[in-house]
Design a binder for this molecule. Sequence first.
Ligand SMILES: C[S@@+](CC[C@H](N)C(=O)[O-])C[C@H]1O[C@@H](n2cnc3c(N)ncnc32)[C@H](O)[C@@H]1O
Length: 300
Amino acid sequence: MKNDYELLDFGNGRRLERFGSYILDRPCPAAEHICSEKPVLWKQSDSRFVISSQNSERGYWTTELKPWSVSFEGINKIIKGTINMELSCTPFGHIGVFPEQQINWQRIAFALAEVSKQRTETIHVLNLFSYTGGSSFAAALAAPNISVVHVDSAQSVTDWAKRNARLNGLNSIRFIVEDVRKFVHRELRRKHCYDAVILDPPSYGHGLKGETWKLAEHLPALLSDITGLLSNNQCFILLTAHTSGFDSSAMQAMMNNAGMSQEWSWEKFVMEIPATTGKYLESGYGIFGVSPSPQNNKIG
Ligand SMILES: C[S@@+](CC[C@H](N)C(=O)[O-])C[C@H]1O[C@@H](n2cnc3c(N)ncnc32)[C@H](O)[C@@H]1O
């Protein structure tokens, strides 16, 4: 099966990507100070996002496209099937998926598929800052005995995630619209536990009632709260971020300070998207901690 996604080129502060039958040209701060490899390709774009001169967080698309669906075969190597996502050109420049997460979908699906071979009981997964649901679906599709709780503060993206869940034939995910820190505090009070935790916090964000989220200020305490949510059958924690200056070593230090067990094995990585030109676009950092339990295996 052919993947619906290709990074065709990047450079001059922009990225050119194919999502199914559409080619989009979007801003990309990581591609500043890089020259594009194939300038001629950029003429094929179906729509181009232009940042507003008044508000750098908004803008417009040169051609309005109706929402469309694509299939990502990111988990196909692990389990049969694809992740289907509805895409839409938003006034914020994002379109409903972060393609650099495909390799993490494989990590999630592989780890959970391995654990589920050893366990018949339900495996509880918590996905925080979960946006339109890619990582939630990778988890839920990994095995039949996975239960996923998906938390995001934005009602609109949670509705989008619910539509995506239907596209993937999934009806067991629990969707929560809530500020992540409030949700985690409540789960601690209720003594609810999770076997695996996934989080992709933004640099800045807002909770449901306007609560401020600042990664540098709030992530250390959130990680230590998360250690209190891990069950006796804990299998992994996956942290990714796109915050300038916050690399995998900083993530490791924060995990250690939060009291995460030193006995876990930690894989530190750079998120990169391979382009069809052969180059790689850096798209953030991550850390994947696997608990020492013999049931858990690293992605091979
Ligand atoms: C970088 S996106 C996550 C992308 C996602 N991991 C994926 O791969 O599709 C950040 C998400 O965090 C959510 N968010 C920001 N601040 C939040 C908060 N305080 N509580 C809950 N969600 C928040 C935003 O609504 C957004 O959907």
